[in-house]
Design a protein around this ligand. Structure first.
Ligand code: PLP
Length: 425
């Protein structure tokens, strides 16, 4: 269905609102910036601003399939809902961007976002949920600052670049040790329990649940059991957050940047067992102290309001899709189709990652004929499939297929890969 400016909700948005301002010489005409162009949205589904009714696997003809690793594709119905509420949020007369973070409207938004996230992940009541800023990179410092003294030893399992960065940052605030590293095998593996020895005195054990660049993921069965005296497991879940059910009670801290599965960049979510809050090192900046944020319900300073609102819309959408079990089913299906295409290509495409730990979210692959990689990416872009270039440290290609990537996007990519192979084999 095509929605033109004449009839679309966008038109109504403009008609219902005062677009006149003092710089507008012609007072009878709405002021629009010079660059304004009427929007024509070809929408595969009915737009419903109250409830998202968009089926899972739709894609507007105007949009590309975006395989970026993050910021990444967002659910189309969430974007449309945000668009419909952008100018005047639910009759408040304001955009969410303009609201006081202490006003009742925004409080309702952040509280609903937290409550929906708690429902989605079944977060036990003894855990706090914090909406913070600074990205997961800031948490690389915040975690040791809050959980350790400078003398404490800590264990890091390093399965890729992000785990390595977390370890390096922790060196400033405690005494971390890498107890297992996949570096010598180009980060294509996840260790089994017997592969590493934990320090019984370590304050916590840190993992990166899904390495976005290398495409290796801890599956439920191989989350390591922390054997340190505190029994604390800490996970960076930035790139598989809310992509499947997780038993939160296994973790002391889970942290994640929002910009892969649950929203725009600028929001970082921390889920932390309450008894771990309140022991930050004395020089911890106030913005990194979990106690401050917990006591103030993530409103100590001005939070990333619009980003939190977007995360809330995504949480609502995930619940409407049937929750994380359904989401995981869908993610498994997409990953299976893509990995099968790679594995059944007689070596034309290759994924270096050991099969049992392949990420459902980030699929790195190379071409046997490396010289064709540029052409692959260019031709795919012509077909509206973008951001397929692998990370600069790894090369090749990478398809990130987060929750919001429709099945149709993966099917289209696989069809393209088969065509490309037929042309170039
Ligand atoms: C697994 C993982 N951890 C940490 C980061 C760093 O996140 P940010 O850029 O939000 O600090 C990323 C970014 O892509 C990531 O994928």
């Amino acid at each position: 269905m095509t929605i033109s400016m004449a009839t679309s909700p966008q038109t109504r948005l403009f008609q219902n609102t005062n677009l006149f301002n003092h710089k507008n010489k012609n007072k009878n005409k709405p002021f629009l910036p010079l660059s304004f162009k009427p929007i024509s949205i070809k929408c595969a589904t009915k737009l419903d601003t109250q409830h998202s009714t968009t089926p899972l696997h739709t894609q507007s003809q105007d949009r590309v399939f975006n395989f970026a690793a993050g910021p990444a594709t967002l659910p189309e119905n969430v974007l449309l809902k945000a668009q419909s509420e952008l100018y005047n949020w639910r009759g408040s007369g304001m955009s969410v961007m303009e609201m006081s973070h202490r006003g009742k409207e925004f409080l309702s938004i952040i509280q609903k976002a937290e409550s929906d996230l708690r429902t989605l992940l079944q977060i036990p009541s003894e855990y706090s949920v914090l909406f913070l800023q600074g990205g997961a990179t800031t948490q690389f410092a915040a975690v040791p600052l809050n959980l350790c003294t400078p003398q404490d030893s800590v264990d890091y399992i390093v399965t890729g670049s992000w785990g390595d960065k977390a370890f390096k940052e922790a060196q400033k605030y405690c005494k971390p040790k890498v107890i297992w590293s996949g570096k010598s095998e180009k980060y294509t593996k996840i260790p089994s329990f017997d592969d590493f020895e934990q320090n019984p005195d370590a304050r916590f054990l840190h993992i990166c649940a899904n390495e976005t660049i290398h495409g290796v993921e801890f599956k439920d069965v191989n989350y390591p059991n922390p054997k340190n005296s505190s029994g604390i497991l800490v996970a960076d879940m930035s790139s598989n957050f809310c992509s499947k059910p997780v038993d939160v009670s296994k973790f002391g801290v889970i942290y994640a940047g929002a910009q892969k599965n649950v929203g725009p960049s600028g929001v970082t979510i921390v889920i932390i067992r309450k008894d771990l809050i309140g022991n930050a090192q004395s020089f911890t900046p106030v913005m990194l102290d979990y106690k401050i944020h917990d006591e103030n319900n993530s409103l100590y300073n001005t939070p990333p309001c619009y980003g939190i609102y977007m995360c809330g819309l995504v949480f609502e959408d995930l619940l409407e899709r049937g929750g994380l079990k359904e989401v995981e089913k869908n993610n498994k299906r997409k990953a299976e189709i893509l990995f099968n295409a790679i594995d059944e290509s007689s070596g034309f495409y290759k994924c270096p990652v050991e099969k049992s730990v392949r990420s459902l979210m980030n699929v790195p692959f190379t071409l046997e004929k490396q010289e064709l990689e540029g052409e692959f990416i260019k031709e795919a872009a012509k077909e509206k499939m973008v951001q397929l270039k692998g990370h600069r440290s790894v090369g090749g290609m990478r398809a990130s297929i987060y929750n919001a990537m429709p099945l149709a996007g993966v099917e289209k990519l696989v069809a393209f890969m088969k065509d490309f192979q037929a042309k170039h084999a």
